[in-house]
Write a protein that binds this ligand. Structure first.
Ligand SMILES: [Zn+2]
Ligand SMILES: [Zn+2]
Length: 110
């Protein structure tokens, strides 16, 4: 019985130590999944609002063809499409480096 207890204590100590060693580097550099989640708009964000923003691509999330490829057809239909770069012309910084897509300001006074 005593041997079993020692074994349990030892194995749980080893688990604890290895868990700590595993977690340490993740704390220093946040995992890409959590960083991405913070950069993208929540599913219930209102289009055109401050929350509706894709931090990864610096465009409104509701207009981000890189996050939502189903939007491509709509941009092509309105002629707002850069075939060369696979982006809406209104978002193609390669064709127009002066292009500035500003994030809508956060609403205040709720
Ligand atoms: Zn995006
Ligand atoms: Zn382009």
């Amino acid at each position: 019985m005593r041997n079993l207890m020692t074994y349990l204590v030892l194995s749980s100590t080893i688990l604890f130590v290895s868990a700590c060693q595993k977690e340490a580097p993740e704390q220093a550099a946040p995992s890409s999944t959590s960083a991405q989640a913070a950069q993208h708009a929540p599913a219930d964000a209102v289009p055109g609002s401050h929350e509706d923003w894709c931090g990864e691509h610096q465009v409104p999330e509701s207009m981000c063809t890189r996050c939502n490829p189903s939007l491509v057809a709509a941009f092509k239909a309105t002629g707002d499409w850069c075939e060369a770069h696979g982006l809406p012309k209104s978002q193609c910084l390669t064709c127009d480096p002066t292009l500035k897509i500003e994030r809508p300001p956060q609403k205040k006074g709720h």
